[in-house]
Ligand binder design. Sequence first.
Ligand code: HEC
Length: 185
Amino acid sequence: MKPSIIGITVFLAATSVAFAEGVVKPTGNPPQFPKAYKELSKQTKPPTNNWLLDANDDSERFRRLQVAMSGTDIPMWEITYRYEELYTAIKKNNWEMGVYHWDKIRDRMNVSGMKRPVRTRNIEGMFLESGVWQSMRGALTSKSPERMREQFQVVRQVCMACHVAEKVGFLNDSSTFKETESFHD
Ligand code: HEC
C-alpha cells in the first residue's frame, strides 16, 4: 500500500472508533463471563472484548463460534428476510431479484441442515428436493407474473407445513406469513 492510502485507512479507522466512543459511554461495570456459560470460567486470561482470541486454545475458539452461530433460528431470520424480498420482487415483476434471493434461500436451508442435522430430512424432503424449490425457480425464470404469484403461495404453504412437521407450528403466526398471504395491496 502507498503511504497516502495507509494514512487514509488509519485516519478512517481512528475516526470510526472515535465516533463509536462518542455515543457509547463506558458504564464502569467490571467485565465478567455470563454465568450460564460455565466453560468460559476455564479461561486463563480475564474476560475482555477479545472473546475469541483470549480463549485457551483453538478447540475452545471453535466451540465459542459454534455457540455464537446458533442453530436453525439465525438462518430462518435470513430466509424470512429473503422470502419477503422475493415477495417484493414478484410484486415488481423483477424476476432477477427473485432468483437472487431464491438461490440464497437454498444455501441458507442447507446451512440449517448442516447445523441441525435432524432437520435435514424435512429441509430436503419438503423444500429443496420435493419440486417446490425447482418450481419456484422455474416460475421466476419464466418471467410470467401469474406463475410467479401462484408458485409463491405454494412456497408459503410449504414453509408453514414444515413448521408443523418440525413441531414449531406456533411460528406460523409470525407476521411474515400474514403479510405475504396475498398479492392484493
Ligand atoms: C425444515 C423445515 C422448515 C422449512 C422448509 C422452513 N422452516 Fe422456518 N423454521 C423451521 C424450524 C425448525 C424453526 C425453529 C428454529 C429453532 O428451533 O431455532 C423455524 C423458524 C422460523 C422462523 C422463526 C425464526 C426466529 O427464531 O425468529 C421463521 C420466521 C421462519 N422459520 C420462517 C420460514 C419461512 C419464511 C420459510 C419458507 C421460505 C421457512 N421458515 C421454511 C423449519 C423450517
